[in-house]
Design a protein around this ligand. Structure first.
Ligand code: DAH
Length: 336
């Protein structure tokens, strides 16, 4: 075909073009008034009818093809300086970028901290890698005592070190450095070597509480814990305190609230009991005071350890603790 050579030339030249300005010049060269195509067009009238039809068709095809190639090139190089916006559709809605948000357990921890702060409690912290002394011995759980079996422990290779099984060692650490009267809470992550199910995980969150003064009783504890739950759930709750055993308290008790997921009927979150165990608690054992060199005849206090995961489950009606650690965005995005 007559125009084949012209087409090859055009394609070769297009490759070297990087700007809209060069592209405009090329358009002029191949399709403009002084272009080869324009020259051939002007000769059409001198051709015989057969040739004229054939040539006319070829010219049209060439023009179309050239226009399409130029448009494509214009899109490829951005087309920013074109009046019609070039390759950019300015009406397309902008892309939202992903924003992070807090995990439900963090939200609940912060809320709990706020409520206890209003009740005069300070926030204390301790390490997640603990030593045996703080996690057990000073809490009146001596080595080889069967009470240690209550905490299935991840022991570390280095002797005497472990992943803390509860936040109670923070009580010891705080009292080693601070004298009573004191009121603290210590929220944090704990670990246990145990089988998982809807209400048990190998890592979970506790909120420890400790109040020590000259005259602190179990009824103070009852009032404070009830106040906390009512502030937290923003309604009246059914609370039950029953006797229990912990080595670091005497007497010891367990605090249950009526399960809010099934309203007491029984479900997987409360192991069909209708009540859910929210905290262990008791009056600080004299041996704990002795371990931190305080005289048990001078001081008394209560302590408690509350499950933050359980609190979160009750608040948001989540019936499986494992959801917290699955990193399933469909679950997590509900808290943004
Ligand atoms: N540390 C206990 C646990 O792991 C919970 C607990 C019970 C904490 C009684 C306390 C307490 O401070 O007084 O289950």
């Amino acid at each position: 075909m007559v125009l084949d050579e012209l087409k090859n030339e055009l394609e070769k030249e297009l490759k070297g073009i990087n700007s809209e300005k060069e592209l405009k010049a090329l358009e002029k060269k191949y399709l403009g008034k002084k272009s080869k195509i324009a020259q051939i067009l002007s000769c059409l009238k001198d051709m015989d009818i057969k040739q004229r039809i054939k040539m006319g068709k070829e010219i049209n095809e060439f023009k179309k093809k050239t226009e399409a190639l130029i448009k494509k090139k214009s899109l490829d190089i951005g087309g920013f300086d074109r009046k019609d916006g070039g390759g950019i559709d300015v009406t397309v809605p902008g892309k939202n970028f992903l924003k992070g948000h807090l995990h439900p357990i963090t939200l609940v921890t912060r809320e709990a901290e706020e409520i206890f702060s209003k009740l005069g409690f300070e926030i204390a912290q301790g390490p997640e890698i603990e030593d045996e002394k703080h996690n057990f011995d000073h809490l009146n759980i001596p080595q080889d005592h069967p009470a240690r079996d209550m905490w299935d422990t991840f022991w570390l290779k280095k002797k005497g070190l472990l992943l803390r099984t509860h936040t109670s060692p923070v009580q010891i650490r705080y009292m080693e450095k601070n004298n009573p009267p004191l009121r603290i809470i210590a929220p944090g992550r704990c670990f246990r070597y145990e089988a998982t199910d809807a209400s048990h995980e190998i890592n979970f969150y506790h909120l420890e509480g400790l109040m020590v003064d000259k005259n602190v009783s179990a009824s103070n504890f009852k009032a404070i814990i009830r106040k906390f739950f009512e502030e937290f759930f923003k309604k009246q709750i059914k609370l039950r305190i029953r006797p229990s055993y912990f080595p670091f308290t005497e007497p010891s008790f367990e605090v249950d609230i009526q399960c809010m997921i099934c309203k007491g009927k029984g479900c997987s979150a409360c192991s069909q009991r209708g009540w859910i165990e929210m905290a262990g608690a008791g009056m600080v054992h004299p041996n704990v005071f002795k371990a931190v060199k305080l005289n048990p005849n001078d001081w008394q206090g209560f302590a408690f350890g509350m499950g933050l995961d359980r609190l979160t489950m009750m608040k948001y009606k989540i019936d499986d603790i494992r959801m917290f650690f699955k990193n399933d965005l469909r679950f997590l995005e509900q808290f943004s």
